[in-house]
Design a protein around this ligand. Structure first.
Ligand SMILES: NC(=O)c1ccc[n+]([C@@H]2O[C@H](COP(=O)([O-])OP(=O)(O)OC[C@H]3O[C@@H](n4cnc5c(N)ncnc54)[C@H](O)[C@@H]3O)[C@@H](O)[C@H]2O)c1
Length: 253
């Protein structure tokens, strides 16, 4: 590992598990102070044994759909001088419910976690990034953010929203030194199946199989983390507003 992120402060949401955990550990290994945010206290505790690296991992337990949860993350970053990097990674799925069957609770939860929390965090960190004339935001969407055949209505809408939020933020703030990009993973081996990843309706499951069958491989979290790390670092200085699939070619099929 190098010291590519030496002196940087990075907020990583959903850092207790899967892709976020891999991002948090890699960023700390590259020298960053990582504000590791997650509502899963037990798994966040488990991350503690892992952070023996040049950087440092600061654990912030809380629900990012609450004001308190967002404030705690922003305060933790502020205590270290403010965020240079924001990775909006926390996300939940939607039981693959289509428009005719989606319930309000599923819609609202998915939107709160996948869309509103990233908006609030971007809004909170932008003033500091603009003041220093430098910042990198990396959002984690999904193949469901660029296709219509990978999830239910709410998840698909939320990830398309995150792609749009990325492009809009990139356009407005790029000239002032803040780069915003979005990564769209295909299938990744994580804990996401624990919530909302089981199809509730047999017919949607059957319908989706035609598309899932085109996915060529399942990725490991570290394979997504390496792309996020590159986008967050100075090597990607000319990359802003990019929507990058990391899906083994699934969305190209
Ligand atoms: N695993 C996949 O196949 C896959 C594919 C495409 C996109 N993604 C996206 O990657 C991101 C990471 O997912 P993952 O696969 O690592 O899943 P994961 O379930 O292993 O990790 C997600 C983490 O987010 C946390 N989280 C969820 N809601 C939260 C909230 N309200 N407040 C705080 N923390 C919260 C969870 O506690 C969990 O630790 C998500 O945005 C997901 O949509 C995953």
């Amino acid at each position: 590992m190098s010291d590519r992120l030496d002196g940087r402060v990075a907020i990583v949401t959903g850092a207790a598990s899967g892709i976020g955990r891999a991002i948090a550990l890699r960023m700390a290994a590259e020298g960053a102070v990582v504000i590791a945010a997650d509502r899963n206290v037990e798994r966040l505790e488990g991350l503690k044994g892992e952070d023996t690296m040049p950087g440092q991992v600061v654990h912030v337990a809380g629900d990012l759909t609450t004001t308190d949860g967002i404030d705690a993350v922003v305060m933790a970053a502020g205590a270290h001088g403010g965020a240079d990097i924001l990775v909006n990674n926390a996300g939940v799925m939607d039981w693959f419910l289509p428009a005719g069957d989606v319930d309000d609770a599923t819609w609202e939860t998915v939107m709160a976690v996948n869309v509103t929390a990233p908006m609030r965090l971007m809004r909170a960190v932008l003033p500091g990034m603009l003041a220093q004339g430098r910042g990198a935001i990396v959002n984690v969407a999904s193949v469901a953010g660029i296709t219509g055949a990978a999830a239910g209505l709410a998840y698909t809408a939320s990830k398309h929203a995150l792609v749009g939020m990325t492009r809009n933020t990139a356009y407005f703030y790029g000239p002032q030194g803040v780069r915003t990009n979005v990564v769209c993973p295909g299938g990744v081996e994580t804990h996401i199946a624990e919530g909302g990843a089981v199809p509730r309706l047999p017919w949607t499951y059957e319908r989706l199989q035609a598309n899932f069958g085109r996915a060529q491989r399942t990725a490991q979290p570290d394979e997504i983390a390496s792309l996020v790390l590159w986008l967050a670092g100075d090597e990607a200085v000319n990359v802003n507003g990019a929507v990058i699939a990391s899906d083994g070619g699934w969305s190209a099929a």
